[in-house]
Design a protein around this ligand. Structure first.
Ligand code: RUQ
Ligand code: CUA
Length: 650
């Protein structure tokens, strides 16, 4: 028999709607009480299940875009069900999406994504950021950085495809990125490990004179939906190991804030018995929060006060310092997170080796800079604000506070790595006691519903835990991460779901209301090239399919529709250069096909209406079946054809 309190609980979680019928049997065998007893579930467990369970066909309220870490991709997750909805491949090839296997995506991944002329097929995705209009997610684009190879990618949310990768010509690694300014005028990418700008060479003993960091302001063209590299610019920074960054909003719009953690300018042991970076960079009590006035920077760039490095306009460090495009304020020991509050009035910085978060007052800092009130200069001539005059206060949080997100009621939620807790605190009233919730285990990043906007939604926070230890069936020594969904709607926080992430090491994530996404179901009319958003001049309608030979160049104009390719026999000579232009004639929802050529490492996905283009040299002679890789119909197996490559001299 079901306990009356449980019935009440189940009824109360219906949000005021009528309670479900009193029947306790699901018809699938066993009643609720028996199942609870058999599986050892408490009433709390059942309540958590009721809050997160999605019966077949029930859609989620929110969507998370989580970084896939060194998996190089994005993981899309529904909330509250915590179901994986999709992977979006970004910096590495991925066969299901046909990304990086001979089609048009090769240009994005291997050509645009080439760094210093080197093709790179992986990335370390850290911080996805959704595009914003007036400081609110608009559901149009997603930007992610690659810490390993200093790149930024643009993902179009209408088809959830990576459309552009820009390679940073100045620095070798980034971390503070990709953060957008409140109207997505810029996508900001800031360096992590210092090196000579533009991939020059300098010995390690020239660290202080020749090594530098940089903040790159990638100009985003909202009409084209692409970064405009020629209109982008950068600010040269000292070699202080810049870290996380965030853009100001509302009253602090026009500023970008960046942490740093190596003002000691430790460059490691240098083979000379000096301390390793980990202790060398932890000597000073204070590092510097970098305050960048990007509107002023934009004006300096327009006035030509830049030097050009590898094609990018850079505001030199001395100019940035003199013009107060760059100003510093001290920040306690090894800072990490850097998160502007929804009202834009403060920046919260966590210290990895501190027990506090520090709230910097954005208005005070602006005022001090305007009045020219500084306490000193760093060795590069950058003015420094007085720490006490710049802050609103500090809050005792616990051991190792990292990142902070916000809700709609004035609360901040800080991830505390060493303590393995999420700490809730009132950023408007620092005297209010904190609430701490244990998470499993070692939380890194944290995300909240619409948490980076000017109007967070509250209700949900997700703890992105680095260690999962005893939470899941053992999968060998490489364990999954653990995302935990936290219900923040009640008087106390509660973990209501665990989700293993067995792919990469997710860093940051953002959570958007699902109804803000405007995804398409097909490319209309058929023949749209998703990289230009235009109908391709090479697209075909039914009846226009053909094979055109021009010397050793062969163009195949092929249509794709359930359940055949037209033409389905392609005869070429060994050594020919072959281009296959594919047009999906489908418009129906979910009617995706694939096109794979055996032994040629060719594989593309043909969503309804999509145009694809594959160019390759037919260097291997033989008979190669090609076929559809998506189980699209009852006659899917029959959806195939032959590529016949006639041997040279035959
Ligand atoms: S950083 S925890 Cu990029 Cu905090 Cu991952
Ligand atoms: Cu088309 Cu399977």
């Amino acid at each position: 028999m079901l306990a009356p309190s449980l019935l009440l609980l189940l009824a109360s979680c219906q949000n005021g709607e009528a309670p479900p019928p009193a029947a306790t049997s699901s018809g699938g065998g066993g009643d609720l009480a028996a199942v609870m007893a058999e599986r050892g579930l408490t009433e709390d467990d059942v309540l958590a299940a009721a809050k997160t369970y999605a019966p077949s066909g029930k859609l989620d309220d929110y969507v998370i875009f989580a970084s896939g870490g060194h998996g190089g991709n994005i993981i899309v997750i529904g909330v509250p069900s915590m179901r994986i909805l999709k992977y979006i491949s970004v910096f590495g090839p991925e066969p299901w999406q046909g990304y990086g296997y001979g089609g048009l995506s090769d240009d994005v991944l291997y050509t645009q994504g080439a760094q210093g002329g080197k093709e790179i097929s992986w990335g370390d995705v850290h911080h996805p950021n959704l595009s914003e209009t007036a400081g609110d997610y608009d559901g149009n684009f997603l930007f992610v950085n690659d810490k390993a190879n200093a790149r930024v990618a643009v993902v179009d949310l209408k088809d959830m495809m990576t459309k552009q990768i820009v390679a940073n010509p100045l620095v070798m690694s980034d971390h503070g990125g990709a953060f957008v300014t409140p109207n997505t005028d810029y996508v900001v990418e800031t360096s992590q490990y210092a090196a000579p700008l533009g991939n020059e060479y300098a010995t390690i003993d020239k660290y202080q004179t020749d090594y530098r960091g940089a903040a790159v302001f990638w100009k985003f063209d909202k009409t084209k939906g692409r970064i405009d590299e020629a209109a982008s610019w950068a600010v040269e920074l000292p070699p202080y190991a810049q870290d996380l960054a965030d853009a100001g909003k509302l009253g602090s719009d026009g500023f970008v804030y960046i942490n740093s953690w190596d003002t000691e300018m430790s460059a490691g042991s240098e083979g000379k018995g000096k301390p390793f970076m980990e202790s060398g960079a932890s000597q000073n009590d204070m590092d510097y929060l970098h305050i960048i006035d990007w509107k002023k920077g934009e004006a300096l760039v327009a006035a030509g006060k830049t030097k050009v490095i590898k094609g990018m306009r850079v505001i030199p460090l001395d100019v940035a310092a003199a013009e107060h495009v760059l100003t510093f304020v001290g920040e306690p020991k090894s800072p990490h997170g850097c998160d502007v509050t929804p009202d834009g009035s403060a920046v919260v910085v966590g210290g990895k080796l501190d027990t506090h978060t520090t709230l910097y007052d954005t208005a005070k800092m602006k005022d001090l800079i305007a009045k020219g009130q500084f306490t000193g200069k760093d060795p590069y001539g950058v003015d420094i604000l007085d720490f006490q005059s710049a802050i609103r206060g500090q809050k005792e949080i616990g051991l190792g506070p990292l990142h902070t997100v916000y809700d709609d009621k004035g609360y901040a939620y800080t991830s505390v790595f060493l303590d393995s807790t999420v700490v809730k605190w009132n950023y408007k009233n620092l005297d209010e006691p904190t609430e701490s919730l244990g998470v499993q285990y070692n939380i890194g990043h944290i995300t909240a519903a619409e948490g980076d906007t000017v109007s967070p939604d509250g209700h949900y926070v997700v703890a992105m835990n680095k260690m999962s230890q005893d939470r899941f069936t053992n999968m060998g020594p490489l364990l999954p991460q653990n995302f935990q969904l936290i219900d923040t709607s009640g008087p106390t926080m509660k973990v209501i779901a665990d989700m293993p992430i067995g792919l990469g090491e997710p860093h940051y994530a953002q959570m958007i209301k699902a109804d803000k996404l405007h995804t398409i179901t097909a490319y209309t009319p058929p023949g749209i090239n998703p990289y230009t958003d235009q109908k391709s001049e090479f697209a075909v309608a039914s009846g226009e399919e053909r094979i055109v030979r021009n010397g050793k160049k062969v163009d195949v104009y092929m249509s794709v529709i359930r359940s055949h390719f037209t033409p389905d026999n392609i005869e070429v000579n060994q050594g020919d250069e072959v281009t296959i232009h594919l047009t999906s004639l489908e418009q129906a929802l979910d009617q995706t096909h694939g096109f794979a050529v055996d032994m040629y490492n060719i594989n593309v996905s043909m969503e309804p209406g999509k145009y694809e283009e594959i160019t390759f040299k037919a260097d291997r002679a033989g008979v190669f079946p090609f076929y559809c890789t998506e189980f699209c119909s009852a006659l899917h197996l029959e959806m195939m054809g032959y590529l016949l490559v006639k041997p040279e001299g035959a």
